[in-house]
Ligand binder design. Structure first.
Ligand code: P5A
Length: 445
């Protein structure tokens, strides 16, 4: 993409309404525009990152055999009356009437909708296990929408639902989700710690939240610092292997890590004092096992193969996809702007022309652009007729992890400059070497 032809409304002034850095940078970098409280338009740069996050979620779900589909955002209240949640859900549910005076609502979550789909088609235990999911907009009329996409009213969620014959199978689905979520966050450059949590309006008594540590997080968390030493890394996981998924679950959840809702002073005090941490965290996901809470009232049963009908065991699993943008920025930025991890960056590298209009500079930039594009990468070429200072400012703010700077002096010696946004370190090399380095960095991501 050439910046002169892109739509990147970078703000010069600091937006006054933003209280935390991710919100400020998302506005300043031209990623989002507030439409009304807690509701945002996704401008091209923000939309690009959002799509990247969705892709990572889809890829990791596919590895576990989970199946993507899409449900309507507007749902009939009748289904929610059947489950008994329509009245109880309260003010957070956006309710509306259609022209025939029927009660409708904007889905805040979709347990009912998925259970209804299941009961319409699946009749036999032979069709189990099954996990369906979607990435779809949700609406929750939060009392205090704030911090930009962190606590929105309209937000993008990946929500998955497992259908199993037995509790044991459903707990395997729970463990499987824990593993896929850990992998998903790691690919996004985040460490998210699973913590014992409270189930709230979703129900059930078996649930973990995934928290990214950040001073600006809304949740208070208590944990054993040893949990931050474990990661999934490149481990091979066989998602059908119950014992393996269980052992990963145990490894990640046996150390003390809880949110304030489930915190227990006595248990926390049993953690060696030098490893006890009280901090703040951003909740980027939550998994639940709730057994037959929805399948019983909605009559989602299957033939159990022994002549009887049995209600299925279910759980649901959510990732806050739009919130993740905020969480990634909170975890990865400096005072000049965002620093995208390579796995989610909107463009792979920036090309900065120090002297647009200079024949040698223009030609070298064009060539870099062509080579990188040919290699299957997406560079963002700042070809604008602007001062170099303004170009550096924009590049730093939008946070591409790598930048190639092309200037007349370097070109005389046959070199350009490759700079890491994270460390600020620059190295001079030939344009061909710069391309090779960038290609190498992204190989396998
Ligand atoms: C699990 C999937 C559920 O709704 N039902 C379907 C279950 N869980 S949850 O914890 O309530 O939400 C899942 C994740 O969505 C994100 N989230 C939000 N993101 C932005 N703004 C909000 N107002 C908001 N509310 C929830 C969180 O990341 C949460 O973990």
């Amino acid at each position: 993409m050439r910046l002169s032809r892109y739509f990147l409304p970078v703000l010069k002034e600091t937006p006054r309404e933003a209280q935390i850095v991710s919100h400020r940078y998302m506005l300043q970098a031209g990623m989002i525009k507030q439409s009304s409280a807690g509701i945002y338009s996704w401008l091209p740069l923000g939309f690009k990152v959002l799509r990247k996050l969705e892709n990572i979620v889809h890829e990791e779900q596919a590895k576990a055999g989970h199946i993507a589909m899409l449900m309507p955002t507007i749902q009939s209240a009748d289904l929610w009356r059947e489950s008994g949640r329509y009245d109880g859900y309260g003010e957070e549910m956006l309710r509306m009437k259609d022209r025939h005076d029927r009660d409708m609502l904007f889905s805040p979550t979709a347990e009912e909708m998925f259970t209804d789909t299941f009961r319409s088609y699946v009749k036999s235990y032979k069709d189990l296990p099954l996990t369906l999911y979607q990435i779809q907009w949700k609406f929750r009329d939060e009392v205090r929408p704030r911090f930009g996409v962190m606590r929105g009213r309209e937000f993008l969620m990946k929500d998955g639902y497992n259908f199993d014959l037995t509790k044991e199978d459903a707990l395997h689905a729970y463990n499987r989700h824990l593993v896929t979520y850990l992998r998903t966050y790691e690919r996004m450059g985040l460490q998210a710690i699973p913590m014992r949590a409270d189930s709230g309006p979703i129900g059930g008594d078996y649930t973990h939240e995934f928290l990214v540590l950040a001073d600006t997080g809304e949740s208070e968390v208590f944990y054993d610092s040893a949990v931050t030493d474990i990661s999934l890394g490149q481990r091979d996981v066989n998602f059908d292997d119950k014992a393996q998924c269980q052992s990963i679950m145990d490894e990640f959840t046996s150390l003390y890590a809880r949110t304030d809702e489930t915190h227990e002073e006595d248990l926390f005090n049993a953690v060696p004092e030098e490893r006890r941490r009280v901090a703040r965290g951003i909740e980027v996901g939550q998994i639940f096992y709730f057994g037959t809470t929805y399948s019983e009232p909605l009559g989602a049963t299957v033939d159990d193969g022994k002549g009887g009908q049995t209600p299925i065991h279910m759980g649901s699993h959510g990732i806050g996809v739009s919130r993740l943008l905020g969480a990634i920025i909170e975890a990865s930025h400096d005072d000049k702007g965002i620093i995208w991890p390579e796995g989610v960056t909107p463009f792979h590298c920036g090309i900065l022309n120090m002297r647009s209009g200079d024949d040698a500079c223009d030609a070298a930039c064009e060539d870099l652009y062509a080579q990188l594009t040919k290699a299957g990468l997406e560079p963002l070429y700042d070809d604008r007729d602007e001062r170099a200072g303004a170009k550096f400012g924009t590049m730093d703010m939008i946070g591409l992890p790598w930048r190639i700077t092309v200037g007349p002096r370097g070109l005389k010696n046959g070199v350009v400059e490759l700079t890491s946004r994270r460390t600020g370190e620059s190295e001079e090399m030939s344009p061909a070497d710069a391309v090779a380095r960038i290609v190498d960095i992204y190989a396998g991501l």
